[in-house]
Design a binder for this molecule. Structure first.
Ligand code: ISL
Length: 555
């Protein structure tokens, strides 16, 4: 056992960090490059851990970092096609370099969460290379192989059912070496594992044990609800009305969300719970808050993406908040997510032009004051926007497939390398970045914003440190004051010794919130517009500027 494993997460973290804390998502390829090859790496992450938490309000003060996949991968799906689960891709560094991340993160009170992509492997994983060439070898049944169901008039083999890939095209690819089809929910280079095979389950649980022994504090489970498919592989029923993509024209009744997942999840969770202070967060593939809440359990979060799809409108946000509060109820703990490596960034999706920083700060206020564990995507803390990626530079496979049809949002756009300073390439790399930098990197970067008290970064730091000292914001209850009327959201977060009130308007005009009947004397903790307490709290009302968000303590 390495030293890190014996200690587990830092003592400060051990008590419910998965509930109280804020998780920062690092997309390793785009975070910081230490060796000039243009790709972010583990040493680059270590060099910037103080940005996440150096113990002072001059850092974000986050409690955990989630690393998107760092395993050896041919990179067809930018790392979500894993060729070896117990190693580190040389482009990122080595296992020793990973151990250093754990040690350095723990020294700063930061837990380390790894991304586990267990629904499928890379087609270059040794397991698949063995499986595709030998129907009777040790890996023969580690994937989902099926004979054709007859032939077409032109003699082509016919796939076993009507399933399609989420990334476009059929979900079955013919393998001549084996004379069968194999299933892939995503790319043909991402063959789905056969989770009904005991050897697959044992091998993957050994992978979990391997990383726990190296001191990992948590796991993000990629599309965990897709692991099991209908045993009979029945065709999905059609969806009406459908959509432009074949995936949207089916009801996904048989290619995910099978009942066998419950038993596997219980075994995985028991393994994780066997080590103090560990946690998991499941990525529910194509699910809703009710399904997410159904899988949630203490220490085991489930992403709820309902807020990601909402426009910056109080009524729509209120409806989504009501839906997640109703789904999780007081007894289950949600996550709060406004973006990740697959989705448009808030500062682009929610605002335009001059409003961008105002909305980026107000969106941060929502992310960091709603009930649940917040996940902050790298770059959002400086209001990093989506980038335009010309066709010749597209990396995201489904984006290449569908171009120029508007049938897939190109995920490269939210993966621009982190701009650290006004240096060339934003100080991200001394080489040529793997993906183009945001055009405003020379001015919108960490160094520039750290020096500006009114920046999006400075706002995030102040709010994160307020949250870190607030039992109400960390684990308090949620109660509406104004649920979306007249462009306003206002809600209480309440703990036995502390009550806070968040109020914001999504409108481009001033708004007020009547405090009549609200117990306690309101004191201003933070305004996204830098307003004074005298301006915000007057005549028994909260006075909001256009697009302003404020946080009050009720004493
Ligand atoms: O990309 C999406 C929509 O734009 C998401 O719905 C996403 O594809 C889906 O939730 C599954 O995502 C996860 O698995 C994929 C990988 O490409 C994604 O990056 C990962 O987040 C396959 O492993």
């Amino acid at each position: 056992m390495t030293e890190a494993a014996e200690t587990g997460p830092p003592a400060a973290l051990r008590h419910d960090w998965w509930r109280r804390g804020v998780v920062y998502q690092v997309y390793p390829r785009s975070f910081a490059d230490s060796d000039g090859d243009g790709v972010g790496d583990l040493a680059g992450i270590v060099a910037h851990l103080d940005h996440l938490n150096d113990g002072t309000p001059g850092s974000l003060g986050v409690d955990a970092l989630w690393l998107s996949p760092i395993y050896p991968s041919p990179g067809f799906d930018v790392g979500y096609d894993v060729a070896d689960y117990v190693s580190v891709d040389p482009v990122f560094g080595s296992l020793g370099g990973f151990d250093r991340i754990v040690t350095e993160a723990h020294r700063r009170g930061i837990a380390v969460v790894l991304d586990l992509v267990m629904n499928h492997t890379s087609h270059l994983h040794a397991w698949f290379l063995g499986s595709r060439t030998d129907r009777h070898g040790p890996y023969a049944d580690w994937y989902i192989w099926r004979d054709p169901v007859g032939r077409t008039r032109r003699g082509r083999p016919r796939p076993p059912n009507n399933w399609v890939s989420f990334f476009g095209g059929p979900a079955w690819t013919w393998e001549p070496a084996r004379g069968q089809f194999y299933l892939h929910t995503f790319l043909p280079q991402q063959p789905d594992l056969n989770w009904r095979h005991p050897a697959v389950r044992a091998a993957m649980l050994d992978v979990v044990r391997f990383w726990l022994a190296r001191g990992v504090d948590g796991f993000r489970l990629d599309v965990f609800n897709a692991f099991f498919k209908d045993a009979a592989l029945r065709s999905n029923p059609r969806r009406f009305p459908g959509g432009w993509r074949a995936w949207d024209r089916q009801r996904h009744v048989y290619d995910k969300d099978q009942p066998e997942m419950a038993d596997l999840l219980a075994e995985f969770r028991a393994l994780v719970d066997g080590a103090p202070g560990r946690m998991s967060v499941g990525e529910l593939f194509a699910g809703d808050p009710r399904e997410a809440a159904g899988y949630a359990a203490p220490r085991h979060l489930i992403f709820d993406f309902r807020l990601i799809g909402q426009p910056w409108r109080a009524d729509r946000l209120a409806r989504a908040i009501d839906e997640r509060e109703a789904a999780f109820g007081p007894d289950r703990w949600p996550t709060v997510v406004l973006s990740n490596h697959d989705q448009p960034r808030p500062s682009t999706r929610l605002a335009r032009g001059a409003d961008r920083d105002h909305v980026a700060k107000a969106a941060a206020m929502l992310l960091l004051t709603l009930r649940g564990t917040p996940f902050l995507y790298y770059g959002d803390e400086i209001g990093l926007g989506d980038i335009h990626v010309p066709r010749r530079e597209i990396v995201d496979p489904p984006a290449r497939r569908y171009w120029p049809l508007p049938l897939w949002w190109n995920r490269d756009q939210c993966r621009a390398p982190m701009p650290w300073s006004a240096a060339p390439n934003g100080g991200f790399t001394t080489g040529r970045p793997w993906l183009r930098m945001a055009p405003d990197a020379p001015t919108r970067n960490v160094a520039a914003q750290a020096a500006d008290a009114d920046s999006v970064l400075s706002f995030h730091r102040r709010l994160l440190w307020l949250r870190g000292a607030s039992a109400a914001l960390q684990t308090g209850t949620f109660r509406w004051l104004v649920a979306g009327e007249r462009g306003v959201l206002a809600y209480f977060r309440e703990a036995p010794e502390e009550r806070v009130l968040m109020a914001l308007t999504t409108e481009d005009r001033a708004a007020t919130v009547d405090l009549g009947g609200v117990q306690g004397r309101p004191r201003l903790l933070l305004s996204s517009a830098g307003s004074s307490e005298e301006r915000v709290i007057a005549e028994g009302r909260v006075n909001l500027r256009a697009r302003e968000a404020v946080l009050l303590r009720l004493e």
